[in-house]
Write a protein that binds this ligand. Structure first.
Ligand code: TYD
Length: 205
């Protein structure tokens, strides 16, 4: 089963994902965790270009292609082999991030993005996507407090609001794939909701 975590900045995906992986391993599942952009040695090199605050001249098309390049590498090198070996793959961000950030956020043509995405991933889609939702100001403040500010966070608030709204549109288009989780709730509660969503989906499969 291929599970992705999505959400605006500061939704706490990363630490929630490692707690979820730990729980699933305790239940006897083999679990691989990874993140985007990155997750492979080549992908991590691409990530450093994308997140470097000095790269102010990075062009929007270049940015899109770099996200997709990192993803293509990750799918081929790690995700597909793991799924073929019966493992659960948990991925911190995936194609929906490109649609939400580059599509809704930067207003790049969505149909074009979807075609590029299909090329980059060979059509691999998640079985389940957990959407950790948080309002934009709270999320960005969490990142500032944690000293995790990077080039991609530095867009104006209106951009981040479009991203969050974009996620909600994506969710409405494919409600059977997504589960919305209120990430403003205490951490333990968020984790509990995530576990319930995954357990339910595993029982169904
Ligand atoms: P990261 O520091 O990993 O943020 P987070 O902890 O919120 O996931 O940085 C990833 C950034 O890249 C984040 O701002 C979202 C952005 N992004 C895109 O714009 N498009 C994409 O396709 C992906 C995967 C990420």
């Amino acid at each position: 089963m291929f599970i992705t975590l999505e959400g605006p900045e500061g939704s706490g995906k990363t630490s929630q994902m490692s707690d979820l992986a730990k729980y699933l391993r305790e239940q006897g599942y083999e679990v691989i965790t990874t993140r985007e952009p990155g997750g492979t040695s080549i992908g991590d090199q691409i990530r450093s270009v994308l997140t470097n605050l000095e790269n102010t001249e990075l062009m929007p098309r270049t940015e899109i292609l770099l996200f997709l390049a990192a993803r293509a590498q990750l799918v081929e090198q790690l995700i597909r082999p793991a799924l073929e070996n019966g493992k659960i793959v948990l991925c911190d961000r995936y194609g929906d991030s490109t649609l939400a950030y580059q599509g809704y956020g930067h207003q790049t043509d969505l149909d074009l993005l979807k075609r590029l995405l299909a090329f980059a991933t060979g059509g691999l889609k998640p079985d389940l996507t957990l959407f950790l939702d948080i309002d934009v100001e709270t999320g960005l403040q969490r990142k500032i407090d944690a000293d995790e500010w990077n080039r991609l966070d530095a867009y104006e608030i209106a951009f981040h609001i479009r991203v969050r709204q974009g996620y909600k549109t994506l969710l409405a288009e494919e409600p059977e794939r997504w589960v919305l989780i209120d990430a403003s709730r205490p951490q333990a509660e968020v984790q509990k909701m995530m576990r319930q969503a995954v357990t339910f989906r595993l029982k169904m499969s």
